[in-house]
Write a protein that binds this ligand. Structure first.
Ligand code: HEC
Length: 138
């Protein structure tokens, strides 16, 4: 019985630690958005849309502008994912740095209407998804 009583604070501490650690990855400290929602509503649609649209020469300036918007939102996502105490470690940060740098490169290539360059930078961008998911997406 005494042993069990000693275990209670230990288990409580372990629980707080586990919730705290996973909460950091799944949600920021104060804002409402879940990481899952940011992925499903912001990161994935803009990544998929950009990837699909880069497969052929954009028809006009409006189509280029739509691409630029998607790249810009992915760039913003790299800041959001680092904000509000969400980043748990160096792997997360490195993936966000990749997302940020590569999306900026995609934006520059789109600005220059360089489709091939944009595709190369986009391919590098998608490396960020796998790098972070490998460690943090359970
Ligand atoms: C810095 C880390 C990080 C980066 C970068 C990242 N993700 Fe994620 N992603 C996560 C985490 C963590 C989850 C799991 C969230 C959860 O289930 O709580 C996730 C989940 C997802 C999901 C599943 C969402 C759902 O509804 O279950 C999709 C889709 C996704 N990511 C797409 C992407 C794409 C596409 C990229 C690259 C453009 C990307 N992610 C980059 C961390 C990241």
């Amino acid at each position: 019985m005494k042993k069990a009583l000693v275990l209670i604070p230990v288990l409580a501490f372990a629980l707080v630690l586990a919730v705290g650690l996973s909460a950091q990855v799944k949600k920021g400290k104060t804002r409402g958005a879940l990481t899952k929602q940011l992925m499903g509503g912001l990161v994935r649609p803009n990544c998929a849309g950009l990837g699909a649209a880069l497969k052929k020469e954009p028809a006009d300036d409006k189509a280029w502008a739509a691409l630029a918007t998607q790249a810009a939102l992915l760039n913003e996502a790299s800041y959001i994912l680092m904000a509000d105490g969400r980043c748990p470690d160096g792997d997360w940060k490195a993936a966000c740095d990749t997302l940020r740098g590569c999306s900026k490169a995609v934006m520059a290539k789109i600005e220059a209407k360089d489709l091939e360059g944009a595709n190369t930078a986009f391919k590098a961008l998608t490396g960020a998804c796998g790098a972070c998911h490998k460690k943090h997406k359970k």
